[in-house]
Design a protein. Structure first.
Length: 263
């Protein structure tokens, strides 16, 4: 049986997590959801991890949400609780990974696929993408946390509009709403996301983790507490080898007779 979730790790600390059901537009059945949750949990324990890139196999879809063909076999409220707990917890774990998570969104990202994309720190979006929280078309609301994440990105009124209309967004609208870090040519979302990931992976890992920690603090804590967390991140980095080396290199360049600049 083909693996429904693929994981590929590179020597530089970049890891690609791929939804691998292209024949179903990478829709998630329950097995895929469990595998995704297990995989994300394992990533949390990877000390060498620098950046995660999340994408979908094939050219049609990032993830088109839940597999309605299979999930129609689980119609009860108890079934719904099990599913949203599984995926809601998995996306919270993904969001709280100490390293940046980049969504390379190639093709459809509808319903649950949009929920997954919103749980990522950054989104590189193919110009042919269709992204939408379309749950209302099925008589549903988001259940994996996207309502709260969307609210924090686009604000109350726009979130209300998008959720109540089930509007499918195209590239220009995604960019206008601030849901994409960049729009790229069709077919190039993954290569572009990997390029960004490798730029990040080349930076000092503790500094990268510190940036995520202080921004997550601002999202999840009151202002005064977030300021204290940000202040706590800085001193260990000041005394650490990457900063000391950078300062030493700077001072050596200033001493060089060939140097007439300070940068």
């Amino acid at each position: 049986m083909t693996e429904k979730i693929l994981l590929e790790s590179y020597p530089d600390g970049v890891t690609v997590l791929m939804f691998n059901r292209p024949q179903a537009r990478n829709a998630l059945d329950l097995e895929s959801m469990r595998l995704f949750a297990e995989t994300v949990s394992c990533l949390r324990e990877d000390a060498g991890l620098r950046v995660v890139v999340l994408t979908g196999a094939g050219e049609q879809a990032f993830c088109s949400g839940g597999d309605l063909v299979e999930l129609s076999n689980y119609p009860s409220e108890a079934d719904a609780i099990n599913m949203i707990t599984l995926m809601g917890d998995a996306l919270l774990t993904l969001e709280r990974l100490p390293v940046p998570v980049i969504a390379a969104i190639n093709g459809y990202a509808l319903g649950g696929g949009s929920e997954i994309a919103l749980a990522c720190d950054m989104r590189i979006v193919d110009e042919a993408v269709q992204l939408g929280l379309v749950q209302i078309r099925l008589g549903l609301t988001p259940g994996w946390g996207a309502g709260q994440r969307l609210l924090r990105v686009v604000g109350y009124a726009r979130a209300m509009d998008l959720l109540l209309r089930g509007h499918v967004l195209h590239a220009s609208e995604i960019e206008e709403l601030g849901l994409a870090n960049r729009i790229v040519e069709q077919g190039s979302a993954l290569p572009q996301a990997l390029r960004v990931a490798r730029q990040i992976a080349a930076a000092p890992p503790d500094t990268v983790r510190g940036v995520k920690a202080l921004l997550q603090a601002g999202m999840n804590h009151p202002y005064e507490m977030a300021l204290q967390i940000e202040r706590a991140v800085f001193p260990p980095l000041w005394a650490a080898e990457p900063h000391l080396k950078a300062v030493n290199d700077f001072l050596n360049r200033r001493k060089s007779p060939d140097s007439d600049t300070e940068s």
